[in-house]
Design a protein around this ligand. Structure first.
Ligand code: F6R
Length: 602
């Protein structure tokens, strides 16, 4: 989703902005732009498409020590040059980049700006025109900016420049992420520390409704009540090498391959020298007292939560509900007496999950965020935190975060279960299972050539496909289907194998690809029956089974681990099939159309 960068006090502003925007490319976008000022002249360059195209459009004379840059993921108005950011005021004095959605932009436009000529269809332009409007009424730029921010409803992260005073960048945020970074003689802003990690590792977090004036050697923060406040920086521990593609053609394949190492890292991080599971005691105690656990998440993280439900219920006996964040916040069910909330999120920034967290916090209920990004918004705002340790995930399609989320939920379930004296929790040798999972993943990762051929055989020229399974295999089917559809654009459904015959089987015709998972001990025979049903109607069936339940005709056989954890291995061939299907269809694997990595609008 939209990404923001800005810098003040470095003569190389243009290159740093472009480099920062490239690091934010993974978030997904459809146009980009920069504004650079060198004290005498200023330059605005915007392009539709990739940063490469923006780079090609920037002439060699563009230079300056301050500037702002943006990648836009269209919400209001098509991806066009006019709608790309920075947006500017009618008198071309103020330039502004924005991430978020201004919900009352039409009302503001009608109330204050009926005489202003708008150049774009964006909600953002209202903000910059309003600053100009208030400034013309005699307010200082800071006053006009604060006044504008106070009037705006919705979500925003803003970086704004006043051409008449290029020694300051005006910054504000509400709900959308934005950080300040501190350098030696320069300062930066960015949506994500990754964008500026090569410039600095010192960042200052911003709270909702704060306004900041950034200069090259200082920053002044005003809180939501307009009091000037002090806040120190923290160190972000991010290795720039971790965000490079290395020798891989795509981040997605690199991240798929990293999964065995992630399992080992989780083992090292969450087990002590005696092989005892290591989780914050207060968190374990709090969760053990819950009468119901709510897992709230979106997309792939939601699918990981479905697997987590089985792990937590089996090992703690506490009932678990898994909820889609965008639904839960606005249609909250009647909660149990002592609920405990778990937020699962790779990015820690998902707006849908965050709005639920805000509501849950208002009810004074305990919350845990399990995320890959330490110090992200969900991390900071929840009672407890657990880190995924998956390393930066750049490809839009989530892979290693999914398996890491499952592994961390297993760690948590074991710690809480042991606290509650659960026999099942005590008996599960999780450290050993994670080692087995790493080996099983590696065996699949090593089968890329075979999987590439299967992807060609089953998915090329197909418009529709199905993944089916029962129990945790059904949970994995949902994730496998999401992987295939989001990057190959083949319409794919994940279905409970036994449910197909209740209607959806009418879609099966000659050649329809159906991928079946057979890893569930209670239902493998039933799923075999469902395979026969679709084969009888012409389906082309690909079976992913594990060595315990395999038959000779099964094309993909996985090694076997504890059945609750089998998804750690069974998802790997599905990720690789999706990768090759996308590649063969000529799609942009890492940045599929219409999608964003960090979904910071509701
Ligand atoms: C799909 C994918 C998305 C995310 C979803 C939630 O591959 O990555 O479905 O899982 O947008 O994002 P996070 O996990 O960052 O909260």
């Amino acid at each position: 989703m939209c990404g923001i960068v800005g810098i003040i006090g470095n003569n190389n502003a243009k290159d740093i902005l472009i480099d920062g925007l490239k690091k934010l490319e993974y978030r997904g976008y459809d146009s980009a732009g920069i504004f650079v000022n060198n004290g005498q002249e200023d330059f605005l360059v915007k392009e539709v498409g990739k940063i490469k195209e923006l780079e090609n459009a920037i002439s060699s004379n563009v230079n300056g020590a301050m500037g702002i840059g943006h990648t836009r993921w269209a919400t209001h108005g098509k991806p066009t040059v006019e709608n790309a950011h920075p947006q500017f005021s009618e008198d071309e004095r103020f330039y502004l980049v924005h991430n978020g959605v201004i919900t009352n932009y039409e009302e503001l436009k009608n109330t204050y700006l009926s005489n202003v000529k708008f150049a774009s269809q964006t909600d953002t332009e209202v903000a910059v025109q309003l600053v100009s409007y208030f400034s013309k009424q005699g307010m200082s730029t800071l006053e006009a900016f604060k006044k504008t921010v106070n009037l705006i409803k919705g979500s925003y992260a803003f970086g704004m420049v006043d051409k008449k005073n290029p020694d300051e960048i005006f910054v504000a945020k509400n709900k959308s992420p934005l950080l300040i970074g501190l350098g030696d003689g320069f300062n930066v802003i960015c949506s994500d520390a990754m964008a500026m990690i090569e410039q600095t590792n010192q960042f200052v977090e911003l709270m909702d409704k704060e306004v900041v004036v950034l200069e090259k050697n200082s920053y002044t923060i005003f809180d939501k009540d307009d009091n000037e406040i002090q806040r120190n920086s923290y160190t972000v521990d991010l290795d720039p090498d971790d965000i490079s593609k290395g020798t891989y053609e795509h981040y997605m394949l690199k991240e798929i391959d990293e999964q065995p190492a992630v399992m080992r890292k989780i083992s090292e991080s969450y087990f002590d020298n005696n092989d005892d599971v290591k989780v914050e005691e207060k968190l374990v105690n709090d969760m053990a007292q819950a009468d119901r656990i709510y897992i709230v998440a979106a997309g792939t993280s939601y699918h990981a939560g479905l697997v987590g439900k089985t792990l937590i219920e089996e090992m703690t006996d506490i009932p678990v509900d898994v909820k889609v964040a965008s639904e839960f916040g606005y249609h909250m069910p009647k909660l149990s007496k002592h609920p405990f909330f778990i937020f699962l999120s790779q990015s820690g920034e998902t707006a849908d999950s965050r709005q639920v967290l805000v509501k849950v916090k208002e009810l004074n209920l305990p919350t845990l965020t399990i995320t890959n990004v330490k110090d992200s918004t969900l991390w900071r705002e929840s009672t407890y935190q657990m880190q995924l340790f998956a390393g930066p995930e750049i490809a839009v399609a989530s892979t290693k975060a999914y398996t890491a989320q499952i592994a961390i939920q297993a760690v948590l379930a074991k710690a809480v279960g042991e606290k509650m004296n659960s026999q099942k929790a005590k008996e599960l040798d999780l450290k050993e299972e994670l080692a087995l999972a790493a080996n099983g993943m590696q065996s699949m990762v090593d089968e890329k050539e075979m999987l590439k051929k299967l992807a060609h055989e089953f998915f090329i020229n197909q418009a529709h496909a199905f993944y089916i399974g029962r129990g945790v295999d059904y949970d994995v089917s949902l994730e496998a289907a999401l992987k295939l559809k989001e990057i190959s654009y083949i319409h794919t459904e994940g279905f409970a194998a036994g449910e197909l015959k209740h209607g959806t089987i009418s879609l099966i015709e000659e050649g329809t690809p159906v991928v079946a998972f057979i890893n569930d001990p209670n239902t493998s025979e039933h799923t075999r029956g469902n395979i026969k049903e679709v084969q009888a109607r012409g389906a082309n069936v690909l079976v992913i089974s594990n060595e315990k339940y395999k038959q000779d005709s099964d094309q993909i056989v996985l090694s076997s681990i504890n059945e609750m954890l089998e998804p750690l291995i069974s998802i790997i061939p599905a990720q690789i099939l999706a990768y090759y299907a996308s590649l063969e269809r000529g799609n942009d694997v890492d940045q599929p159309r219409n999608l964003a990595k960090s979904v910071t609008v509701e």
